[in-house]
Design a protein around this ligand. Structure first.
Ligand SMILES: *[C@@H]1O[C@H](CO)[C@@H](O)[C@H](O)[C@H]1NC(C)=O
Ligand SMILES: *[C@@H]1O[C@H](CO)[C@@H](O)[C@H](O)[C@H]1NC(C)=O
Ligand SMILES: *[C@@H]1O[C@H](CO)[C@@H](O)[C@H](O)[C@H]1NC(C)=O
Ligand SMILES: *[C@@H]1O[C@H](CO)[C@@H](O)[C@H](O)[C@H]1NC(C)=O
Ligand SMILES: *[C@@H]1O[C@H](CO)[C@@H](O)[C@H](O)[C@H]1NC(C)=O
Ligand SMILES: *[C@@H]1O[C@H](CO)[C@@H](O)[C@H](O)[C@H]1NC(C)=O
Ligand SMILES: *[C@@H]1O[C@H](CO)[C@@H](O)[C@H](O)[C@H]1NC(C)=O
Ligand SMILES: *[C@@H]1O[C@H](CO)[C@@H](O)[C@H](O)[C@H]1NC(C)=O
Ligand SMILES: *[C@@H]1O[C@H](CO)[C@@H](O)[C@H](O)[C@H]1NC(C)=O
Ligand SMILES: *[C@@H]1O[C@H](CO)[C@@H](O)[C@H](O)[C@H]1NC(C)=O
Length: 685
């Protein structure tokens, strides 16, 4: 085991050289895991971390709460590494671990609307408990590593190792060495708070050419488009009124980059996409007196990053619109779990105390109510005694009293039992396929969930048509369930499907894959944002007969009006049975706007007004299992190893008698240890 090469090891502490083949025999890496990582805001750190070189413990499989107690207090070989079933991974299971202090009922982005000045009775998230099932565990700080095992076969491997080595032959006796152990490594570079880590990074970048950055702000882009083209570099006239239709795109869970967000985000943004398509296709839509803006906000999970930035940009005149241009605001909250097809129309009781705002809100509710017959959605009013549920609209109301409505499937508490958890999957919103379908057949199969969300899209498109001043009957406006079902399949089950493949640019292949996740992240634009852009372009744009050069550089040709439109060179569908594609050019009004919290723009890292969430950097994240020997055996091995080392040193330094047969002979060298794969994060550009 010891072979003397101490120099090239990357770790801060020299470790004995362990030859590769030996390492492979001893360790079994776990290849499908997701860690809980550290996130920071202005005042706190949340998440998990291991010690610098990883935490090791004897594996104990916990099947009931007594097992946990045993490992924590009675087990003869502490520390233990606990393997916990998902259903025990609850507050009660965690309380057993003792260390974290629980206090928060359930976290919500509270820098929303309600404060001491605006509706003090609803401030601090009083007024309504939106997620009573939430444990708040995602917002706690754990001083030990926690990993999610994503592959049942790997879990079985661990359990087998546990059964073979850690379960004593006689119940109650202490198991015999060697024991099966696990090492989890997820050391985080940042600590304490965003203020601390950003100050450190900014000091470093002032004084060092090679600054060591320890945390990055969560950031991405909002995706927006308009019914009628808008000059991206110009300004909409102050007296013009537009209707804004919005929803959120991102979600979150306890584990890094595991954020399926089916009910929390996907159901809603898919409905909005369907509405955008239906409205664009409606006869006369392009001639409506008022324009309609569709906005998909990123980072809303982390104290409304996307919406607060858009409001900020509108105030700073960095967006073609100003806040006063917004005549009405329609937002889709969670909409996939309707009881009896009912959607609730939430409004803000505080701004409605103003007569003129209240009458505008009433008009808005009227239009919605008139659009509902025949759409399949019934609408209900929860009354004015209730505050708005968590929503992007709150960030707009903070800046200006805009008449608006948030539509959701819940009146009070969420119907979503898995809000911001790893279980908010396609199953949670009832997506089921008949058995035996191929992936391509699933893509086209219209599920009941898709039918229901298409109804929401239909209602929304009709309401937007009327709000924008359309006087024609709206019965012909319909969202397409086929499109909705493909979108759900693509954003929940597999984005690597034939439709999405035809929508992306040729260099974007890396964004497609199974089980897409919707975490906002620090490297942008994320897969979800890029896909959303491509899909919205397909649904609201048109295909033009342009050459690749013209399409990729439309600025050269004034006739293309590149200020009004975006041009995308897409790789197109497969050409019949061959493997080649028919590429083409798509023109649309789909654009990105930054979703980086204004707190970072203003360098106010202790901001209470804007989101300050950052993600810590790390070097290595890995998990592996192996057998450990008893302390005595380890000591024996160590002493033997030392002995061998001494002997070999002795051999090396005793002047050697030249061997006439092998004049160049040298002492055999052991192979250099390979530097383990460094899985550090992609730095943002
Ligand atoms: C930071 O997050 C913690 C945990 O969720 C929360 O208690 C605290 O209020 C947050 N701080 C700010 C300034 O938002
Ligand atoms: C687990 O192992 C079985 C049998 O070896 C195999 O058929 C199955 O595909 C594996 N499952 C996964 C998720 O790898
Ligand atoms: C992970 O992958 C490595 C290399 O492919 C393999 O040897 C190892 O058995 C895998 N781990 C598990 C737990 O299956
Ligand atoms: C867009 O706005 C810019 C700046 O106001 C202006 O120069 C340009 O002519 C406008 N383009 C169109 C097509 O209206
Ligand atoms: C009501 O709101 C309008 C604009 O939204 C404002 O001009 C007016 O002053 C407000 N009225 C009161 C009584 O605050
Ligand atoms: C983007 O998608 C690719 C392909 O599925 C995946 O490897 C990558 O991890 C994804 N990126 C993020 C941030 O989820
Ligand atoms: C996507 O699917 C194609 C076949 O349709 C396959 O060749 C490719 O490897 C897949 N990409 C990913 C990231 O799974
Ligand atoms: C959108 O995708 C569909 C299906 O692949 C295709 O038929 C249509 O031409 C596309 N539309 C645009 C504008 O690219
Ligand atoms: C597209 O344009 C090219 C040259 O500009 C022309 O030859 C071709 O016929 C056009 N195709 C269609 C479908 O209009
Ligand atoms: C594609 O292949 C199928 C079966 O292999 C064949 O029936 C069909 O005619 C082919 N289509 C084209 C356009 O070549």
């Amino acid at each position: 085991l010891f072979c003397g090469s101490w120099g090239s090891f990357p770790a801060p502490f020299p470790r004995p050289c362990v030859g590769n083949s030996v390492e492979r025999k001893i360790y079994i890496p776990l290849n499908h895991t997701a860690p809980c990582v550290r996130l920071l805001n202005a005042t706190h750190q949340i998440g998990c971390q291991s010690s610098l070189s990883g935490d090791t413990g004897v594996i104990h499989v916990v099947e009931k709460e007594e097992d946990l107690e045993w490992a924590l207090s009675k087990g003869p070989h502490p520390p233990y590494m606990i393997l916990l079933n998902g259903n025990l991974f609850s507050r009660s299971g965690f309380l057993g671990l003792g260390t974290p202090k629980f206090g928060i009922k359930s976290h919500f982005p509270c820098p929303g609307l309600y404060s001491e000045e605006h509706g003090p009775e609803f401030a601090h998230c009083n007024g309504s408990v939106w997620n009573p099932l939430g444990s708040g565990v995602s917002y706690e700080d754990f001083p030990f590593p926690i990993f999610l095992l994503q592959d049942a076969n790997e879990t079985e491997t661990i359990k087998e190792c546990f059964r073979a080595h850690n379960v004593p032959a006689v119940p109650g006796a202490a198991p015999q060495f060697p024991l099966c152990a696990m090492q989890l490594q997820s050391h985080m570079h940042a600590a304490a708070s965003t203020v601390t880590c950003m100050r450190r990074s900014s000091l470093q970048s002032t004084f060092s050419i090679n600054p060591e950055i320890v945390c990055d702000p969560l950031l991405d882009y909002n995706v927006w488009s308009s019914l009628q083209p808008i000059n991206a570099s110009g300004k909409v006239e102050p007296e013009k009124r537009l209707i804004l239709a919005a929803t959120r795109v991102d979600s979150h869970s306890f584990f890094w980059n595991v954020a399926p967000g089916a009910e929390a985000a996907v159901g809603s943004f898919v409905s909005l996409l369907a509405a955008a398509q239906a409205l664009q296709a409606a006869p006369g839509a392009l001639g409506l007196p008022q324009n309609v803006l569709f906005v998909f906000f990123q980072g809303e999970t982390f104290d409304y990053i996307g919406s607060s930035r858009l409001v900020f940009d509108m105030e700073q005149e960095k967006f073609p619109l100003r806040l006063e241009n917004i005549g009405a605001f329609l937002e889709l909250g969670q909409v996939s779990l309707r009881n009896d097809s009912v959607l609730w129309m939430h409004t803000d009781p505080i701004s409605r105390r103003n007569q003129s705002v209240d009458s505008q809100v009433r008009d808005l509710l009227d239009v919605l109510n008139r659009s509902s017959p025949g759409s399949g959605v019934s609408l209900a009013d929860p009354g004015v005694s209730q505050p708005l549920p968590p929503s992007s609209f709150q960030r707009f109301l903070r800046a200006r009293s805009i008449p608006g409505v948030v539509l959701s499937d819940h009146r009070g508490q969420f119907h979503n039992r898995y809000f911001q958890s790893i279980y908010d999957t396609a199953e949670n919103i009832g997506m089921h396929y008949p058995e035996g379908l191929t992936p391509e057949e699933q893509l086209e199969f219209v599920t009941e969930t898709a039918e229901a969300l298409a109804q929401v899209g239909t209602l929304l498109a009709r309401a937007l048509f009327s709000l924008a001043g359309g006087t024609d009957p709206t019965e012909s406006i319909r969202a397409d369930p086929k499109t909705v079902t493909r979108l759900l399949y693509g954003f929940l089950l597999n984005s690597n499907n034939s439709w999405f493949q035809s929508l992306i640019k040729p260099d974007q292949k890396g964004i497609l894959g199974p089980f897409p996740q919707h975490y906002v992240a620090v490297a942008s634009p994320t897969n979800t944002t890029q896909l959303l852009q491509a899909v919205l372009g397909n649904l609201t744009g048109i295909r033009l007969n342009l050459s690749r050069e013209e399409c990729q550089d439309p600025g050269k040709n004034p006739a293309l009006q590149s200020e009004l439109y975006e041009y995308w060179w897409v790789q197109g569908p497969l050409d019949g049975n061959s493997t080649s594609r028919i590429p083409g050019c798509v023109r649309s009004g789909v654009r990105l706007s930054p979703a980086l919290s204004p707190a970072f723009e203003l360098r106010r890292w202790d901001s209470r007004e804007f989101s300050t969430w950052t993600e810590s950097r790390w070097k290595d994240i890995r998990a592996r299992i192996f057998l450990v020997a008893s302390r005595e055996l380890e000591l024996l091995t160590l002493s033997l190893g030392m002995l061998v080392l001494l002997l070999s040193l002795l051999c090396t330094f005793i002047p050697r008698i030249p061997n006439p047969q092998f004049p160049n002979s040298q002492t055999p060298k052991c192979p250099n240890p390979q530097i383990p794969n460094s899985q550090s994060q992609i730095p943002k550009s």
